[in-house]
Design a protein around this ligand. Structure first.
Ligand SMILES: Nc1ncnc2c1ncn2[C@@H]1O[C@H](COP(=O)(O)OP(=O)(O)O)[C@@H](O)[C@H]1O
Length: 378
């Protein structure tokens, strides 16, 4: 995702003041979590792999929209292979891999290569024989419709036995909405699974409310249109409405979470609280303004944050989308990790991580651009 490097929340705080505050809070905590040594003598309860924004395409290297970052379209497959080989060879084999979205690039659509490119990355991932949980990002919708994704290899909600859909939980996932003469049933791609006793992962659908993840005449498409038009009156809705701050997130390549999905998340986290579980929540779009360039935030990130903060079980929120990555531990102790994107990682480097889960913490072992971090539970 393209960003200007120095963007700050548009909250009346000067850049200098913000930088001083930043040095004292977020980035200092960043450095502390980075420098703490990981105790590798203890066996973890389980481990899992994480990778983001592979954006594979069988095309020459290119650039992002503003020509400020190189994109290595073919090399991204090589880096995925390297990650996979590392995971396959780990002493404690990862229980699963989280692929944080944008697994193939939108250019594939232009060259009629979406299916071929998807087969290529899925074949590569299959070689590890490790269960993969796929998150959907904007590039998934540049290549495929929601209906196509639902029956594709990228629907890990149905391909993995361990998952529970929203409809298997306390209330139905299918949110039947009647509004005027528009009536439809809109399914979200959100689910959860428990990789080990007392641990849970919730996979969210950040394009549930969006102009790319929904089609006319669906209720959620019109709801998304109303939201974006209230904030952005550019002819090209991919062009941010302002130059600075969190308002920049109101662009077409982002999206948000429907009320139905957020209510489900709230109920799920209530159950996890009762069971004394630790929960990792994942989505393509980040939800904390200090963990990402704000242009990459989910439209209704504040609502997600308030839900996360109302439950003791939440340990960590993992996202992709911002290829530069980011990290912030918020006031409730929730770790917000935005993973560096494979697509903008040079051939000599890497961008993936393995998370070692312990009773009292998680330890992220990063590779290449992804830093090591110790993530103590809140
Ligand atoms: N400032 C902008 N103005 C207009 N279109 C933009 C702008 N920034 C990005 N886009 C378009 O939005 C889409 C997503 O942008 P991109 O930076 O490629 O995102 P990603 O990191 O997800 O690949 C692309 O189609 C791109 O051309």
């Amino acid at each position: 995702m393209l960003k200007f490097k120095c963007t700050f929340r548009n909250n009346g705080v000067s850049e200098g003041t913000f930088l001083r505050w930043w040095a004292k809070s977020g980035s200092l905590k960043n450095r502390l979590t980075r420098i703490k040594k990981m105790d590798e003598t203890l066996p973890p309860l389980f481990t899992f792999g994480v990778i983001a924004d592979i954006q594979y395409a069988d095309i020459e290297d290119g650039f992002n929209y503003h020509h400020t970052r190189k994109r290595y379209y073919r090399n991204s497959l090589r880096l995925l292979r390297r990650a996979n080989e590392k995971w396959k060879g780990e002493a404690v084999k990862p229980s699963f891999i989280i692929q944080l979205g944008d697994v193939i690039d939108g250019y594939n659509k232009k060259y009629n290569a979406s299916e071929t490119a998807l087969k290529t990355v899925v074949n590569e991932l299959d070689k590890s024989a490790i269960e993969v949980h796929h998150v959907w990002g904007n590039h998934e919708f540049y290549n495929f419709s929601r209906d196509e994704l639902m029956i594709s290899a990228l629907n890990s909600r149905t391909t993995n036995d361990t998952t529970s859909t929203m409809s298997e939980d306390t209330t139905a996932l299918e949110d039947t909405v009647e509004s005027g003469n528009v009536s439809d049933t809109e399914e979200s791609y959100a689910y959860h699974f428990s990789p080990a006793p007392h641990f849970r992962v919730a996979v969210l659908d950040a394009y549930d409310l969006s102009l790319i993840g929904r089609k006319e005449p669906s209720v959620r498409y019109y709801e998304a249109l109303e939201i974006i038009q209230a904030h952005n009156n550019n002819d090209d809705l991919n062009h941010p409405p302002v130059f600075d701050g969190t308002e920049r997130r109101f662009v077409k390549f982002n999206g948000g979470f429907s009320k139905c999905q957020l209510d489900w998340l709230d109920r799920l986290l209530t159950l996890s609280d009762e069971k004394l579980e630790k929960v990792v929540v994942v989505s393509h779009l980040p939800v904390h303004p200090y963990s990402t360039d704000p242009i990459c935030l989910a439209w209704n990130y504040e609502r997600v944050l308030s839900i996360l903060h109302s439950h003791k079980c939440v340990v960590c929120f993992m996202a992709g989308h911002d290829h530069d990555g980011g990290y912030y531990r918020d006031a409730s102790g929730v770790h917000h990790l935005t993973f560096e994107g494979v697509i903008e990682t040079p051939p000599e480097s890497d961008a993936f991580g393995t998370v070692y889960v312990y009773e009292d913490r998680m330890a992220l072992r990063g590779n290449g651009r992804v830093a090591d971090r110790v993530l103590l539970y809140p």
